[in-house]
Design a protein around this ligand. Structure first.
Ligand code: PEP
Ligand code: MN
Length: 344
């Protein structure tokens, strides 16, 4: 919908917008109002270049899009009836919980294996474990491929589906070959479009899910949804949207908690929302409150860092991982809250 700066366009100006629209296979329908005329674009208006060209005209005030640029992720899409699966678990009914260590310590596999059993005992349906880590500080431990074997051993021992972050195509290949059930796209890569597309392509014909974290510096909500569209457009709709806090941080927290975008995401898309309270607040003592807030906002699941002995963990675990007892209590309370909030 094109809104002109003046109350209506001159015939010459109308000819200009008709010509631009025609180059994108669209036509213009004039809607004559008493005060003002507006000009509807009839046809597929999703190409940003069409909007940019029209907005570039000095007689155009603005152009409002009617169609969603993320047509597959849109709530009105045919995919809305799709039920996302992680391993054998279908999202939607019980609150879904994925928990485990920030970073697997390749020198101490036992700690991760014990964590995996503890996470299962606490009620989580999926296990997370960082194999390769995106580190702000290049001199900090960056993860090791060896940890992939530890992650898969934990899967064999517990039966839980496992999640690992991948940051490039080599890691993507290794993770899929090993049999990882959920690929995590971290906050730093949420706008890495070639990686998003490569992941989408790689999972197109596999029963693998993708947990897409919200970018650290992401702006409009549409940016997050469009990132998901990059993956889903390649053919596999098993996607989980994961708000995990944004920068700049709320004073005292690790990031700015953003579980409150859950209802917005659910209004605009059909995808399950799995909130990560651990990276959001960044301190174990605050994680349970953030997790409960996420449930109150309507989250379908939680992604929580947990460790049998957080103090012996590496990566984020010493600060933000929950102990098995705290995880169990958080899961129990979060599931009870979800039941309480279910429509009567
Ligand atoms: C993580 O899950 O450990 C992690 C690094 O997440 P994020 O990308 O949200 O920082
Ligand atoms: Mn972490």
């Amino acid at each position: 919908m094109i809104l002109p700066k003046a109350s209506r366009l001159t015939p010459d100006q109308v000819a200009q917008i008709i010509e631009i629209a025609a180059a994108f296979g669209c036509r213009i329908q004039t809607i004559v109002g008493t005060e003002r005329s507006i000009y509807a674009i009839v046809g597929d208006e999703r190409d940003d270049l069409l909007i940019n060209r029209l907005e570039g005209l000095d007689f155009v005030e603005r152009v409002d899009r009617i169609q969603s640029p993320h047509k597959l992720m849109d709530r009105r899409s045919d995919l809305a009836s799709h039920r996302v699966q992680v391993g054998g678990v279908t999202l939607g009914e019980e609150l879904f919980v994925i928990a485990g260590a920030c970073t697997i310590d390749p020198k101490n596999p036992q700690l991760f294996l014990e964590t995996a059993h503890a996470v299962k005992e606490a009620g989580a349906q999926a296990l997370r474990g960082g194999v390769w880590k995106p580190r702000t500080n290049p001199y900090t431990f960056q993860g090791e491929s060896k940890s992939l074997e530890i992650l898969m051993e934990a899967h064999r021992q517990t039966g839980l589906p496992v999640d690992a972050e991948v940051m490039d195509e080599e890691q993507l290949r290794l993770a899929l070959d090993a049999g990882v059930h959920t690929l995590q796209v971290g906050a730093r890569n949420a706008l890495n479009y070639s990686l998003l597309r490569a992941i989408g392509r790689a999972v197109a014909d596999r029963p693998v899910a993708v947990l897409l974290k919200r970018g650290l510096h992401m702006g409009p909500i549409a940016e997050f949804i469009s990132a998901a569209e990059y993956i889903v457009s390649q053919g596999n709709p098993n996607i989980l949207l994961c708000p995990r806090g944004t920068a700049p941080a709320l004073d005292g927290y690790r990031n700015h908690p953003d579980e409150s975008i859950t209802p917005l995401l659910k209004e605009k898309t059909w995808a399950p929302v799995v909130v990560d309270p651990s990276h959001s607040v960044g301190k174990a003592a605050f994680v349970p409150a953030c997790a409960l807030a996420a449930v109150a906002y309507g989250a379908d699941g939680l992604c929580i860092e947990a460790h049998v002995e957080p103090g012996r963990g590496i990566g984020d675990d010493p600060k933000q991982a929950l102990t098995p007892a705290a995880l169990k209590e958080t899961i129990t309370r979060a599931r009870a809250l979800r039941r309480l909030l279910r429509p009567v």
